[in-house]
Design a protein around this ligand. Sequence first.
Ligand code: PGA
Length: 281
Amino acid sequence: LEFRRVLFRSALVRRSRGSSLRWMQEPGSTPVPSRVVSATAAEACARVAGEIHGLLAASARAGEPTVLGLATGGTMVGVYSALVERLAGEPVDLSRVTTFNLDEYLGLAEGDPRSFRSFMAEHLFGPAGFAPERCHFPDAALAAEQSGLAGEAYQALIARHGGLDLQLLGIGRNGHVAFNEPGTPEAASTRVVPLHEHTRADAAPSFGGLEHVPTHAITMGLLEIRAARRLRLLAFGEAKAAAIHAALVAPVDPACPASLLRNHADLEVLLDGAAASALGA
Ligand code: PGA
């Protein structure tokens, strides 16, 4: 184990940047995620919001489209509020931005406030002024009828837009990314999945009890996620420390789906001190 740690470290160069610590990849080595450990979650959210704002502004200036992969969950609330704030301070033409969310629950009525579409409307699309017709979600209604077709349609739609420029990701306590739960193979594409018991338990408070939490969802697969040009994974708090250790340090294993993203060519993992606490100095 110690040997692995030394090997892992030797591929990295540690740099200091303000109150953030950054480990960067040396040119020519196997891709290793860069880790940014910020003093606070708010600082990490501002950093990624700034990157997205920069991407949107550069594309708008060049008259190019931008394709964003978006995520839901408590971690993303701070990211979206920071992005809304940046866009209010420095407005950008969003008319050529297309978004694809990672996942959606099956079995909720259209407009259900607990749907991921509602979450996005509340936290980002409404306040920032994204055109709703350019904001895509996997088709939960179609998925309930014809799951294979819904997965293929979403995959094809992403491909038709030229792929994802940047994908935001959270991570579950069990190492899931989107609803790719433990055991998901690397080649899994967009599909209907049963929800893991931990995932349903985490969602129970917002549904008013475990029995009301949907049992299935449609999720982008690791295949589409890995194909994004940039991956930005955020995790805050002690409860995520073990999952972050499994994702970044322990051997790559489908038991921690996030570990299957580790060798992506442009993965940045943004953490606060608590989420980074199991990684060692
Ligand atoms: P959270 O969820 O941001 O609410 O912690 C992350 C996830 O489960 O992917």
